[in-house]
Design a binder for this molecule. Structure first.
Ligand SMILES: [Zn+2]
Length: 305
């Protein structure tokens, strides 16, 4: 059984503020350490549950957040974004995906760093319903016959994800500063939380046969509300239907719809013919930059085990 561990970062144990998720900052170096710890426990959980092969797909920002040298060596690591065969690279041979460190949807009140897909959107609706990332990503994976069987993150993010994936197992992660800056108490909370990551993902993998690929029957209508009309106009180089700051399109399924979302978000029309060499160059540039030219970590007041 091949398990894909997809890693975002906002919902990691140990992370309580935005700067810890912002690529390039010393606080992010600390955030990378937190995420890597979480992912290592999920790798262990996957093997405990019966995985033969584990691949970690790093997804946040440019996709180089885990510290590859500190990752469990039994797992393969895939950093950066791809254009083919999918944004996530080669995914077709995964049997189950475990999604670590997720966050709430755009527009969610009192949530930690809420956004859907990218910060330029104030809301994304799928078939007239506000969507969180799992509504989109899990439905995309679903069309490759891959279920998402686990999520971890802040309570509201987990609730939104479980609305879409009622079969999935989950671990809730505290996002309050106090949880991580309280000496021995924080160290115990981190250890207990990560033990839960390990045990819960082991159960998810054992129960893989009960997990369902999420399928949204087409046609699928997307409504992407940008934070401003100016942003919408700048990004809508593909001339999808636009009214003020709202860009809409219809797709026959999620694979097509998600590709259109990625064109709108990341690939201006002029750049499209060069997308493959460009993605290749960006991946390699940031692979080297994040591995060899990263600042020293600033863990601020965090209690470190
Ligand atoms: Zn993220």
């Amino acid at each position: 059984m091949h398990i894909g561990i997809f890693a975002d970062i906002e919902g990691s144990f140990g992370i309580w503020r935005m700067r810890q998720c912002r690529m390039g900052t010393p606080e992010w170096q600390y955030g990378r350490y937190c995420l890597t710890e979480d992912v290592n426990h999920v790798i262990q959980g996957a093997f405990d549950g019966g995985a033969d092969t584990v691949t970690v797909k790093d997804t946040h920002e440019l996709g180089f957040n885990c510290l590859p040298r500190k990752l469990d060596k039994r797992a393969r690591y895939v950093g950066g974004h791809y254009t083919t065969p999918s944004l996530f690279g080669k995914i077709s041979d995964y049997d189950l995906v475990l999604y670590v460190a997720i966050h709430a949807a755009s527009g969610t009140e009192n949530a930690f760093f809420p956004h859907t897909h990218y910060g330029i959107f104030s809301e994304i609706k799928v078939n007239n319903t506000p969507a969180c990332e799992m509504d989109i990503y899990a439905a995309y994976l679903g069309e490759f016959d891959i279920p998402v069987g686990f999520v971890s993150g802040e309570d509201i993010a987990v609730r939104q994800a479980l609305d879409a994936l009622p079969w999935a197992k989950s671990v809730v992660v505290d996002k309050r500063r106090d949880a991580y800056t309280n000496g021995e108490k924080s160290i115990r909370y981190l250890a207990e939380g990560r033990k839960q990551l390990r045990q819960t993902t082991a159960r998810a993998v054992k129960d893989a046969s009960q997990m369902k690929p999420l399928i949204i029957n087409g046609p699928i209508v997307f409504e992407a509300e940008f934070r401003s009309k100016k942003l919408a106009t700048r990004f809508n180089t593909w001339h999808f239907h636009q009214t003020e700051n709202l860009v809409t399109w219809e797709a026959k399924n999620m694979i097509e719809g998600f590709e259109m979302l990625n064109k709108l978000t990341f690939i201006p029309k002029k750049v499209y013919p060069f997308r493959r060499p460009l993605a290749f160059a960006i991946r390699n540039f940031f692979r080297i930059k994040t591995a060899y030219f990263a600042p020293d970590p600033n863990s601020e007041d965090a209690a470190l085990p």
